[in-house]
Design a protein around this ligand. Structure first.
Ligand SMILES: NC(=O)c1ccc[n+]([C@@H]2O[C@H](COP(=O)([O-])OP(=O)(O)OC[C@H]3O[C@@H](n4cnc5c(N)ncnc54)[C@H](O)[C@@H]3O)[C@@H](O)[C@H]2O)c1
Length: 560
């Protein structure tokens, strides 16, 4: 799997300004910042110089390795490394796994000037223990020469001799932007009153289809402000359904009108039956009557059905007007509202008519989950388990340990799980907007899931429930293909059960499921593509799963 940059790691010799630049970069990205030397000193309760003097360099390097390993586990963090840390290949390897390693360079005489002559520049003036003593400039030269081969092993180098702190920080951010293809979804955490707000900002592929996903309690009331910040204005058609609009319509209307938008609510009947061309046409009629123009926008307030329908209308009306997604179901918050797939069903198949059309903004207010029917909520958790299983082991562990808190909608747990899932979806679609490759892994559990839904005429299972059965089947296949340990497959099953999700089915013929699966649009060149697990958090796409093995798994699943 491609390396993903989730942290920025700054190294370089003393006097190149690692700590101060790290803080500046973190502030400009809205990321956390950590300085390994500060952490070591803080934990030991002594300055670095004292650790060196009392315990020796070897002990210091040991402490440093521990701290480096620990901070590398973080995400969206700018890490300032001590100047000697990268010399140890173990540290380099650990930080490079998910970090962009940047070296701040300076000529020896610049470093001498900053460290010993108090000359202005990016460097701090603390003299490192290895540089203390006589003949300091000679020591700088020698030590720097010794480390140079390690400094050369980085992703990016910024020469700091003629730059100030702001200039160096801007170069680091530029490097991060240039390494975009390796970049993970950009996640910013901002304060929002008393409640912590997660702002997941996903630079989905190339501008101008770059948009932010805001996740925070109470955000519905800030919708107008957020939209105005983006430069949106004029008439806003709020498309919603008759279960959601009575709950949140007034708040959305107030939030928009207080920022000067003219609001035109358009409320459609709830349910998948509304996601069709006939309702798209009625929506166009309404928009024509309301004289909606190119510069106006559509707000999709509701679950995935509303998001897909309103998105399709926004994509096609006047060849495309601005779309803002305000998802209110869990499925829509973590999946449907992100990635730009919009569309309607055809009598002969689901989602057969549609487009890729990115929203301008996604505003996720998990407070809306409070009114979502319990079964819909459980179904949504299946998608979150899916993200953990295919991509994020840590999320999977959290789901295993906090299922009850999540089902009870405990705020902190929910915001963490929703923001993290949204960021995963953002990152995957950022890499593969049109489902040519990576996005395929989002179909984990969907081959059997779609088969079950279709075989039962979309009446017995909610989508997430069918996907839960499908994930159980996919994990069994992974195990039988020799990819996944049996214990991991069982763990996934336990987690799904804790969310009250089914892991098998009854009353449906295996033959019917197979037939429906093989008709599925994801069958390519006669063979089904299976998303399987190599481990929890690691997925792989395989075409070589024997049909008999699939039949065997379906037989096992059909025992309930
Ligand atoms: N575009 C994509 O990438 C994508 C991804 C996944 C699913 N989808 C589509 O999304 C749809 C499924 O989404 P869904 O599960 O949200 O279904 P949905 O939109 O039909 O919502 C489910 C039910 O919950 C109600 N509801 C939603 N939010 C509520 C709230 N906060 N309070 C009270 N009731 C609420 C709705 O009125 C509806 O009755 C399907 O059409 C599917 O094809 C699209």
């Amino acid at each position: 799997m491609a390396r993903q940059i989730e942290n920025i790691v700054i190294t370089g010799f003393s006097g190149t300004g690692k700590s101060v630049v790290a803080r500046r970069v973190a502030a400009s990205l809205g990321w956390a910042c950590v300085d390994t030397d500060e952490l070591i000193g803080g934990r030991a309760g002594r300055p670095i110089a004292e650790i060196f003097a009392q315990d020796g360099e070897e002990r210091f390097r040991e402490l440093e390795r521990e701290v480096v390993r620990e901070v590398s586990e973080r995400r969206c963090c700018v890490i300032a490394l001590g100047g000697g840390a990268v010399v140890d290949p173990r540290n380099r390897e650990v930080v490079s796994r998910n970090g962009m390693l940047v070296c701040l360079e300076a000529r020896s005489d610049t470093i001498n000037g900053r460290l010993f002559r108090g000359e202005a520049g990016v460097g701090d003036t603390e003299v490192r223990p290895l540089l203390a003593g006589d003949d300091r400039s000679e020591r700088v030269k020698r030590l720097k020469a010794e480390r140079q081969s390690a400094y050369a092993e980085v992703d990016w180098t910024v020469h700091t001799d003629y730059l100030d702190v702001g200039g160096v920080a801007a170069e680091v951010v530029r490097a991060w932007e240039l390494l975009g293809p390796l970049r993970a979804g950009r996640v910013r955490v901002e304060g929002c009153g008393a409640m912590q707000e997660r702002v997941v900002s996903c630079g989905v592929t190339r501008p101008p289809s770059d948009y932010r996903i805001l996740v925070g309690y109470g955000l519905v009331d800030r919708l107008g402000w957020e939209m105005r910040e983006l430069g949106l204005s004029g008439t806003t058609v709020v498309v919603s359904d008759d279960a959601v609009f009575p709950q949140y319509g007034a708040r959305v209307q107030n939030a928009l009108e207080s920022e000067g938008f003219a609001v035109k609510p358009w409320v459609v009947p709830r349910g998948e039956g509304t996601k069709c061309l006939a309702w798209a046409e009625r929506t166009y009629d309404f928009m024509v009557e309301q004289r909606v123009e190119r510069g106006d926008c559509v707000v999709a307030l509701g679950g995935g059905m509303v998001g897909d329908l309103a998105g399709f209308v926004a994509a096609t009306f006047l060849r495309g007007i601005s779309l803002v997604q305000v998802p209110t179901s869990l499925v829509a918050m973590v999946d449907a509202s992100i990635g730009g797939k919009v569309g309607v069903n055809h009598p002969l198949g689901k989602n057969l008519i549609g487009a890729f059309y990115q929203p301008k903004l996604v505003v996720v207010d998990p407070g809306c989950l409070g009114t979502l029917p319990g079964r819909e909520l459980r179904s949504g958790w299946a998608e979150v388990v899916k993200y953990g299983a295919i991509q994020d082991r840590e999320l999977f562990e959290v789901l295993g340990s906090s299922a009850e808190s999540l089902m009870e909608l405990e705020t902190e747990a929910v915001i963490e799980a929703v923001a993290r899932s949204a960021a995963i979806k953002a990152r995957i679609v950022e890499e593969d907007e049109r489902e040519a490759g990576k996005r395929m892994i989002l179909n984990y559990g969907h081959s059997i899931g779609h088969g079950l839904e279709a075989a039962t005429g979309y009446s017995q299972f909610l989508h997430g429930e069918a996907v839960a059965v499908g994930m159980t089947g996919a994990a069994m296949l992974s195990e039988r293909m020799g990819l996944l340990p049996a214990e991991a497959a069982r763990r996934q099953q336990r987690v799904l059960k804790r969310f009250g999700l089914p892991t098998g089915f009854t009353g449906v013929g295996v033959g019917d499921v197979v037939k429906a699966m093989e008709l599925d649009k994801k069958v390519r060149e006669g063979s089904l593509r299976w998303v399987l697990l190599e481990d929890i958090g690691r997925s792989v796409v395989r075409r070589d799963v024997p049909r008999d093995m699939v039949l065997g798994v379906l037989e096992d699943l059909s025992r309930g």
